[in-house]
Design a protein around this ligand. Sequence first.
Ligand SMILES: Cc1cc2nc3c(=O)[nH]c(=O)nc-3n(C[C@H](O)[C@H](O)[C@H](O)COP(=O)(O)OP(=O)(O)OC[C@H]3O[C@@H](n4cnc5c(N)ncnc54)[C@H](O)[C@@H]3O)c2cc1C
Length: 494
Amino acid sequence: MVEIEKTVGEEGKELVVHKKTPNHEAVLKELIDIVGEDYVMDDSASLFVYSGDMTENVPHMPEFVVAPITVEEVQKIVLLANREKIPIIPFVSGSNLGGLTIPLEGGITVDLKRMNKILEVNEVDQYAIIEAGVTFANIKNYLDKNHPDLVYTYTYATPAAGVVPNALLEGLATLSTKYGTTDCFINGLEAVLPTGEIVRVGSGAVSKYWFGRNPLPDLVGLFTSWQGMTGIVTKMAIQLDPKPAYSGIKMIMTDEIHEAFQLMLNLGRAQICDNLIMFNWGLAFAVIQMPRETVGSEKMEGAPSISLEMDISAINTLKEFEAKVEVIEKLAEKYGFGVWDYQEVGDDITKVLDVPMTFAGLFTHGPGGLTWVGAYGPCSQYETAWNVANEVFSRYPRFTPWVYAKTFKHGHFGAMRTLVGFDRSNAEEVRETREIMKEMAEELNNIGFIPYKAPVWATEMLLERGDPNFGLFLKKIKKALDPNRIMNPGRWGL
Ligand SMILES: Cc1cc2nc3c(=O)[nH]c(=O)nc-3n(C[C@H](O)[C@H](O)[C@H](O)COP(=O)(O)OP(=O)(O)OC[C@H]3O[C@@H](n4cnc5c(N)ncnc54)[C@H](O)[C@@H]3O)c2cc1C
């Protein structure tokens, strides 16, 4: 563990600087030998960029940033770090919103963006093999140009966000109501273990086709939600889907919250939506980039409390698409709702739903700071969770409540996301952001929800409250894979 040298700045604006490894210059030279001079940085200005993210989590300076381009380079960096017992933090765009690339114990940030090749697309078996640094913009543009009949599941994250970390973090995307979180799209992967071995898991380990994870022990789970603590994934096979011939977005907007959640549950079971999202009035104003001073923390007269977005598609015929619309209209009618076509709602919404996209309103609002407690839980508790989230927001009138629910696997479970836009230059506001996030995570967990992409304080809460043997089991696996504790140390409190 690299010791802390100093913490600069007041609480809320602090920056932690770690002591350099005693043989800093020798390590620097070895890193340069591995990747070349242009791709190693150890000057404070460059390191600072990788020290923190847009969240309220305390930034820590890394000691080096290195940008490899081949698997062999990654392997050499890992072997060097393991020998010298220096922490390693895998990084693509740092937009995870959980502080997960902050080097909690200093060390080497490994920026994987140069590993951006799409190595293979198998049209018949519907998968792509991609390198670790491929972004959502890369995959979307590549498929649109070269394989226009195929699509991936896209997120509302920035186009510069990494596809591999997103899947490893079990994210939520445009086909999640249909298939589940983005880890469900992983057919297999290649990784460099903390001790330097290159391993493959999934069918690609024993077949020349990366068609899936069966029928083998499913070792993909040794990398998902581990937040880069068990190795560096260098390649991933991801499942693609046929591009639908017809697609559209339907909406309802209402103040009848109970009925809207009943409709959402029933639409899940109807198994017709690719994506089913409930968002509150605060987020609707964020979409149209309305500033916080204008929006405030109370809903404006006349604005609908919530909107339900229903994405539907048909692979083959218009009739198939129209049949889905008919089911939506029938179910909505049962609860007394009229259904809108999203183009009718306005251009701002149309633009923002064209994924992958930049959700600019979330950043201009704060300004600059953005964080969340996104939590996964049972759909039976959706309405309770929605009320809990709004109750917590009501105790913090400084912030506009941003709340958003999404259904996975046709209603088998779902996400309740609460987002906070805050002013990063205001230490008091940062401290208050830390308080609301903690309170939100605790209260949502009280009713059965589990924070995902969880920062250290939230994972520690889970381990404290959960089955003690779960924590011991995690520790045992981590120790077996990473005996020198070099991979993103400190995450999960391990
Ligand atoms: C406005 C906004 C909207 C968002 N919307 C969504 C959304 O709709 N759905 C969603 O799921 N997410 C969303 N996100 C979160 C985030 O942007 C995505 O999850 C993103 O894909 C993560 O990729 P990244 O490149 O930022 O990963 P990073 O932050 O660079 O890394 C994330 C984690 O993965 C680890 N890691 C990175 N690469 C590797 C590797 N090769 N091997 C092992 N570990 C690795 C890192 O160490 C870290 O722990 C949103 C974020 C923002 C800011």
